[in-house]
Design a protein around this ligand. Structure first.
Ligand SMILES: [Zn+2]
Length: 233
């Protein structure tokens, strides 16, 4: 997708819960970040190495085990601890998610870079804007990737999926916050913004914000009351 720009971007299907992880970075500096390292950390590092890219950090959309590692449903999912052993790097997390992340993965405070919404991580000419999008969890964040050549692509974690959105019935879930994140933030991005979700729950692995505004019931619904009704509240 990025022949003419310096954006390095790789979508990686991983694991048994249809997760989508990402590598994103700069072909100029040949540095990249891993988004949601879980399930197959070696595979992600191998991919980066095969592409001649150095992994210099991890971005965490949120602290659920299928995105960062940990035990859930009797499964042991590898994740950040594996990354810290193989290729230790700073882990960029929203400040509201940091405690949960430490609890779930056992990473230490010194491994973390705590962020607020609006912070930017820059690799070469590639800017990654950290959008704080609470709702699925209190510190969920989406990553808006921009280059001088690129209008933008959004890595949306479990906040927005193709045709649906993240669940709000887990601890820390907040339907009103999710409505605000979807309608007050993501829905206001330019229609041509490419959308890359945290799970492959649709036939296609990516979409655009404009397409989702037309077809995704959770973005189409206009009023908060209707949104809540739609979620079953
Ligand atoms: Zn989740």
């Amino acid at each position: 997708m990025n022949d003419s720009s310096e954006l390095y971007f790789h979508q990686l299907p991983v694991g048994e819960m249809a997760n989508l992880a990402y590598l994103l970075g700069s072909t100029t500096t040949r540095e990249c970040l891993i988004v949601d390292p879980a399930w197959n950390v070696k595979g992600m590092l191998d991919q980066a190495e095969a592409d001649g890219m150095k992994v210099v950090g991890a971005l965490v959309t949120h602290y659920h085990q299928d995105h960062v590692g940990g035990s859930i449903f009797g499964m042991e999912i590898e994740g950040l601890p594996e990354l810290m052993t193989r290729n230790p790097v700073p882990v960029h997390v929203n400040q509201q998610e940091a405690e949960g992340l430490r609890h779930v993965t056992g990473v230490s405070e010194s491994d973390l870079v705590r962020h607020e919404g609006g912070d930017v991580v820059e690799l070469g000419g590639v800017k990654i804007r950290l959008m704080h999008t609470p709702g699925h969890t209190p510190g969920s964040q989406c990553f808006l990737v921009e280059t001088p050549q690129h209008a933008g692509c959004l890595v949306s974690g479990d906040t927005l999926f193709l045709g649906s959105c993240g669940r709000v019935d887990l601890p820390g879930g907040d339907p009103e916050a999710l409505y605000e994140s979807l309608h007050g933030q993501l829905g206001k991005l330019p229609d041509e913004t490419l959308l890359y979700p945290g799970h492959l729950y649709a036939a296609d692995p990516s979409s655009t914000i404009g397409e989702q505004k037309r077809t995704n019931p959770y973005l189409r619904v206009a009023r908060l009351e209707d949104f809540l009704g739609f979620l079953g509240y």
